[in-house]
Design a protein around this ligand. Structure first.
Ligand SMILES: Cc1cc2nc3c(=O)[nH]c(=O)nc-3n(C[C@H](O)[C@H](O)[C@H](O)COP(=O)(O)OP(=O)(O)OC[C@H]3O[C@@H](n4cnc5c(N)ncnc54)[C@H](O)[C@@H]3O)c2cc1C
Length: 396
């Protein structure tokens, strides 16, 4: 699958990290006839198979990255279609429900979107992405230690003692990014504990129906309560339910047996997403807590903007690619360094202003998600292109 045309560019490019950002970027570049090599730390793709709630942003942008990818992706996702309730439920992304207190179990608000709820398993998504990338472009067991600028480009040095030289490098190595550390040695780039733990499990639909009833089990739900918030949504064509609980204390007494426990990290906003020949995307650039369900949405927006800029016919050399990185940085940094931690606080009813005031909560969520979901991607890319053309003009 995928294009094997020769590259229209005269620079060599490496992607560090073969997660969702790295793989989707490789597909986007390949679709635009730009050759790239991926270096991934893992020995193979891990089949971690918890669920992913895909945001309306992700649904909108994935087909822009590659229309064929978008077509297959659409056939894989689980939605509310065919579930309980009226047709209106098809447009529900998540239903927000009181998880405790006097209104426990009552619905607060339905997040509505053009695509409604869409979910799939992480392993399923990674399998789809890798099926679009030629095997010879992915190098496993290559954990980047650091990168260093040399005359001819960037030296990338791996843990196994090997190294390579590229003219440009894209850091897609997640929240613990070594590319970020190398690129910004004078900044605080270490991930920071967000103060919350996540517990996750994938359960049989019947088990969840028994626990919370048919309607609650089949409808994607966010539970809000003091000091904790939860999420559940169907996956695997509604045969299973992905459940997650987020709370500030690491000790949990009542939850399904053997949940996976995660400490949730994000990192300080960085001063720039690019420096010279290096650029960061996805969690490496702006890892945030999962409370807005936008990690993948923002990563694929990064990918689309960067791929559109790099594939512009005026971008030929590595100096031009650097101008593209600068333009990407200008438009993306402003958008992505936003407030997922704050949404976690709101969902856990710990926010000083919103508290448990239903009216304020609804208003806030309407505005917040409208801003997140409804970005005009064409306009966004064109703004970046104008910035890039100005930088290219200075090179001439
Ligand atoms: C508990 C939890 C639940 C979440 N749920 C959702 C959800 O439902 N929906 C959603 O949209 N988002 C969700 N997210 C966020 C989402 O998972 C991330 O935003 C997304 O995976 C970012 O992709 P990435 O490729 O940038 O980073 P990653 O997925 O972290 O991928 C980084 C890749 O780089 C590799 N790597 C790391 N270091 C190196 C190195 N030094 N050298 C080479 N390779 C390296 C890693 O092995 C990995 O393959 C969740 C996050 C958490 C923590």
């Amino acid at each position: 699958m995928g294009s094997h045309q020769t590259s229209s560019k005269s620079f060599s490019a490496a992607i560090i990290g073969g997660g969702i950002s790295g793989l989707t970027l490789a597909i986007a570049l390949q679709q635009r006839h730009i050759k790239v090599q991926i270096y991934e730390a893992a020995t193979k793709f891990r089949q971690v198979s918890y669920g992913l709630a895909m945001s309306p942003t992700a649904n909108r942008v994935i087909p822009l990255i590659d229309p064929h990818l978008g077509e297959i992706y659409k056939t894989l996702v689980t939605t509310h279609r065919g579930g309980p309730g009226d047709e209106d439920l098809e447009a529900t992304w998540f239903r927000v429900v009181w998880g405790s207190g006097k209104n426990e179990g009552h619905a607060v608000f339905d997040f509505k979107s053009s695509t409604g709820m869409t979910s799939l398993r992480r392993a399923e998504f990674l399998n789809l992405l890798t099926s679009f990338i030629p095997r010879e472009s992915i190098h496993f067991n290559k954990r980047l230690l650091y990168l260093r600028e040399i005359d001819s480009g960037l030296r990338v040095v791996f843990e196994d003692g090997t190294s390579g030289t590229f003219e440009v490098v894209v850091g897609c190595d997640g929240v613990h990014s070594n590319v970020r550390k190398s690129m910004l040695p004078n900044e605080t780039t270490e991930p920071q504990y967000s103060g919350m733990f996540a517990y996750r499990a994938v359960l049989d639909m019947e088990t969840v129906i028994e626990a919370v009833g048919e309607e609650r089990a089949r409808i994607a739900t966010k539970y809000i309560s003091k000091g904790a918030c939860g999420v559940s949504y169907p996956v695997d064509r509604s045969r299973k339910v992905n459940v997650g609980l987020y709370r500030t204390s690491p000790n949990l007494k009542t939850f399904p047996p053997n949940p996976v426990k995660w400490a949730i990290f994000d990192h300080h906003p960085v001063s720039t997403f690019c420096r010279g020949r290096v650029v960061l995307i996805g969690d490496a650039a702006h890892a945030c807590t999962p409370h807005q369900g936008e990690g993948i949405g923002q990563a694929v927006e990064d990918v689309y903007v960067l791929a559109e800029l790099l594939s512009d016919s005026r971008v030929i050399t590595s100096s031009h690619a650097i101008a593209a990185f600068q333009a990407y940085n200008e438009v993306r940094r402003r958008r992505t360094q936003q407030t997922s931690r704050e949404n976690g606080k709101i969902l856990c009813l710990n926010h000083e202003y919103f508290g448990d005031d239903e009216k304020k909560l609804k208003q806030e969520w309407r505005e917040r998600y409208n801003w997140i979901w409804n970005l005009d991607m064409n306009d966004h890319v064109e703004r970046a292109r104008i910035i890039m053309y100005a930088a290219l003009a200075e090179l001439d």
